[in-house]
Design a protein around this ligand. Structure first.
Ligand code: GLU
Length: 422
């Protein structure tokens, strides 16, 4: 999440989501009725969240929960605590969740939530009160069969535990299936924490196989060394790729020989940042995207790669670990350069896939071992990649449009089969 984010400042993520939708809908030749039915969110809830701060005063935060589409199952998607959260951003992210769940064929629709706040300036106690009050505000529309939140930017398993507890207290008994990404002790799934990064790794493996690009020795750059970026970097490092540069919100480090990822992870854990890592040279985050590499992983926020910096990107493959990291201008520039882009709704779908496994385990009161979770995740990622690739080859489109086509086709089919109510 470095300083390049949204630098062109103009890209509205919801406009981007709609633009991607129309491109795929055109290819599918969808008529106006079905387009209108599945384009806009089914439900968008705005809430005010009054929180008693540690100094005694009450601060009001804005919060949202959007359910984009539930034709294929309950709404599913994370909750983001970030200063830039807006209703339009949450609507875009909810829309992407619908396509994401459909592209990997898990029986969920799409949802997303967010609170406009900066958790870096809040105490743990304030975050807990904020979470519980926000949960109470969205309580009428969430539930294991209705809408299932999960972690997203700056939310974590502890926050999921508070959501589950708040929901369960109002019902009078423990309901773990209301939320995923919980701590393991409270019904969280093994492998959920690493699932997004692991899924990104499998998507990259599949892309490399298709492009005949060996993972071993591939030079990798990771923009955003957070939960997804660091796990993907670690798995690529274990597969003998050379991760040459990584960044986080505070800066970037570079080592042309490859960074020692386990040591870098420890350094980040201790100091809170990748900056000043002794095994590399500090570079400006803007320089990171310009590095010549085989694989670039934008793993931070939306709009990291835009019209201004895309011409300088020199990667063969872009693996979108973040949601919406490329603006439409960047996408066009990079396609022109023949960059192979693994789109977000496919690339980062590992997280929600293991969320689905967690929910299945909760609903059945079962526990799967780590091997079972990881094997199933790998199957889902590889199968989905190949399904998208097949469409890409058939339509001679981009991988992004192909992923949207596959996803939208599944949602349209479900909508048509259900028929129109009333
Ligand atoms: N926030 C993650 C995403 O954007 C995970 C959502 C989930 O697990 O429900 O895919």
């Amino acid at each position: 999440m470095n300083s390049q984010n949204g630098q062109n400042g103009k890209s509205n993520p919801y406009a981007l989501a709609m633009q991607n939708f129309e491109a795929a809908a055109d290819l599918l030749e969808l008529n106006a009725d079905i387009r209108n039915m599945i384009r806009a969110p089914e439900r968008a809830l705005s809430v005010t969240v009054p929180v008693r701060m540690d100094d005694g005063h009450i601060q009001c935060f804005e919060g949202y929960r959007v359910q984009h589409n539930t034709a294929r199952g309950p709404a599913k998607g994370g909750i983001r605590f970030h200063p830039n959260v807006t209703l339009d951003e949450v609507k875009a992210l909810a829309t992407w969740m619908t396509w994401k769940c459909a592209v990997v064929d898990i029986p969920f629709g799409g949802g997303k939530g967010g609170v406009t706040c900066n958790p870096k300036f809040l105490s743990m106690a304030e975050i807990e009160r904020l979470t519980r009050r926000y949960t109470t505000a969205i309580l009428p529309i969430i539930g294991p069969g209705q809408d299932i939140p999960a972690p997203d930017v700056y939310t974590n398993p502890q926050i999921m535990a508070w959501i589950m507890d708040t929901y369960s207290m109002t019902r009078g008994y423990l309901i773990p299936g209301v939320v995923t990404g919980k701590p393991i002790t409270l019904g969280g799934s093994l492998g959920r924490n690493e699932a997004t990064g692991r899924g990104v790794f499998h998507a990259i493996e599949s892309a490399c196989q298709h492009l005949r690009l060996p993972v071993k020795g591939a030079r990798v750059v990771v923009d955003g060394f957070g939960n997804a970026g660091s796990v993907a970097a670690h798995l690529l490092d274990s597969a003998q790729a050379d991760v040459i540069a990584v960044s986080d919100s505070r800066g970037a480090v570079y080592n042309p020989e490859g960074l020692h990822i386990p040591k870098l992870m420890l350094h980040k854990e201790k100091t809170g940042t990748v900056c000043n890592f002794p095994g590399g040279e500090c570079i400006a985050p803007v320089e990171l995207l310009k590095l010549e590499c085989d694989i670039l992983i934008p793993a931070a926020l939306e709009n990291t790669v835009h019209g201004g910096n895309a011409p300088h990107v020199r990667a063969k493959v872009i693996a979108e670990a973040a949601n919406g990291p490329l603006t439409p201008e960047a996408d066009a520039v990079l396609r022109e350069k023949n960059t192979f882009i693994i789109p977000d709704i496919l690339c980062n779908a590992g997280g929600v896939t293991v969320s689905y496994f967690e929910w299945v385990q909760n609903e059945q009161h079962l526990r799967w071992d780590l091997n079972e979770v990881n094997t199933r995740l790998e199957d889902v990622m590889k199968r989905s990649f190949n399904e998208v690739l097949e469409i890409q080859l058939a339509f001679k489109s981009s991988m992004r449009t192909a992923a949207n086509v596959l996803a939208i086709r599944r949602v349209v089919e479900a909508t048509r089969l259900r028929g129109h109510y009333p």
